[in-house]
Design a protein around this ligand. Structure first.
Ligand SMILES: Nc1ncnc2c1ncn2[C@@H]1O[C@H](COP(=O)(O)OP(=O)(O)OP(=O)(O)O)[C@@H](O)[C@H]1O
Length: 359
């Protein structure tokens, strides 16, 4: 008896990828054809798929189909990121499908480093990505990414983002005088922040990463209320003081109704490059505990890696220089996890213009 399209569809729906996430979700489009024993599958997914994921997915699908006796199969995978509904139900900005804020309970946990590398790994997956440095206390993204140019101002006070390593970039540091940051507080700084995000001429972005200042201050509240953000990613280190601040941060974002897309534990372990023994510099398992306690996905755990620090200091990307390192793979896994969390959110239908009805 030959395999039916329904059986193949059911098999596809049962497959999980190497992150343990369903290969298909409610927005995936699947066209299946069976022609003289050859099964043809055309899959359109709503998250980025690079070549290695494409290969892994195809292997999984072929393997699963073999179990029901399908031996000849052709699979074609394409993808298209869609715009998802924002936490505050605001309409998304033109040119930006999904805004993701990277936040932390306290300073120095590696939020900017994670933001830059997360942006770059999403870009390596094939997505169009931008990054906004909104850290009023010290905009480090231009340093990490090795950018010193200023964005060009065009008509209607709009700014053209700088492009570096394929990523569109703008920073509060380009707009503020950092010799007198204390003067800029409250409404003034939140207005500049909102303009930075909304008045940059972003070009066709799948994801815009916002590197937020640490803590739960004015900019965090302004983000929650006035920026069409799909959600936040919280960066923490595993030690107890850091986790205490994360709890406060999670409670604040939950209170103001901003979605939490996941937690990233940074500097979670250290492997000595000489003896190769691992140790937990700042304790262990904190990210997992927080994730379980607040029912928030743990997107990844990143080790302490001196190469990250030295590369960031000279404005180079770890992944850019060495895409095959263990930590580069961890970043890629993390960005795949994040893109899939976003892929499951409802669509933002408010961005779709009503059809023009001719009389
Ligand atoms: N996984 C890591 N391994 C080693 N060093 C790291 C790692 N992540 C970040 N760092 C280093 O830690 C320092 C602080 O990182 P970063 O500036 O990204 O933190 P931050 O949370 O954004 O800080 P702030 O709140 O002050 O803006 C930097 O020198 C950075 O290179």
């Amino acid at each position: 008896m030959s395999t039916t399209i329904e059986q193949i569809r059911a098999i596809l729906h049962s497959i999980k990828d190497h992150n343990g996430i369903d290969i298909l979700n409610k927005y995936s489009k699947v066209l299946i054809d069976v022609n003289e024993g050859l099964v043809i599958i055309n899959l359109e997914l709503n998250y980025p798929v690079n070549q290695s994921i494409d290969v892994l997915m195809k292997e999984k699908i072929v393997h699963a189909l073999e179990s029901i006796g399908v031996l000849k199969v052709y699979i074609n995978i394409t993808w298209q990121v869609m715009t998802h509904v924002t936490s505050n139900l605001l309409k998304s900005y033109t040119g930006v499908k999904n805004i993701i804020a990277v936040v932390s309970g306290k300073g120095g946990v590696g939020k900017s480093t994670v933001s830059a590398n997360l942006a770059y790994s999403l870009y390596l997956l094939g997505a169009r990505v931008g990054i906004v440095d909104a850290d009023i206390y010290g905009p480090s993204i231009p340093i990490i990414m090795g950018v010193s140019d200023q964005p060009e101002i065009i008509e209607h006070d709009r700014m053209v983002p700088i492009i570096k390593h394929g990523i569109q970039l703008n920073s509060l540091g380009f707009l503020l005088d950092y010799d007198s940051p204390a003067v800029l507080r409250g409404p003034m700084i939140t207005k500049i922040f909102e303009q930075l995000v909304s008045k940059t001429k972003w070009c066709d972005l799948d994801y815009l990463i916002v590197d937020m200042p640490p803590g739960t201050g004015d900019i965090a509240l302004s983000l929650a209320k006035n920026v069409p953000v799909v959600g936040t990613v919280i960066v923490t280190t595993p030690q107890d003081v850091s986790l205490m601040d994360v709890r406060r941060c999670i409670k604040m974002y939950k209170k103001v109704g901003t979605r939490i897309l996941g937690i990233i534990e940074n500097m979670s372990s250290y492997v000595c490059p000489h003896c190769m023994n691992g140790s937990n510099l700042f304790g262990s398992g904190g990210g997992k505990r927080i994730s379980a306690q607040y029912d928030v996905p743990l997107l990844g755990e990143l080790p302490f890696d001196n190469y990250i620090r030295s590369q960031s200091d000279i404005g180079e990307f770890l992944i850019f220089n060495n895409p095959l390192t263990n930590i580069a793979n961890k970043y890629l896994d993390m960005s795949i996890n994040l893109s899939k969390q976003i892929a499951l959110l409802p669509k933002n239908d408010r961005n779709i213009f009503p059809p023009i009805v001719s009389r």
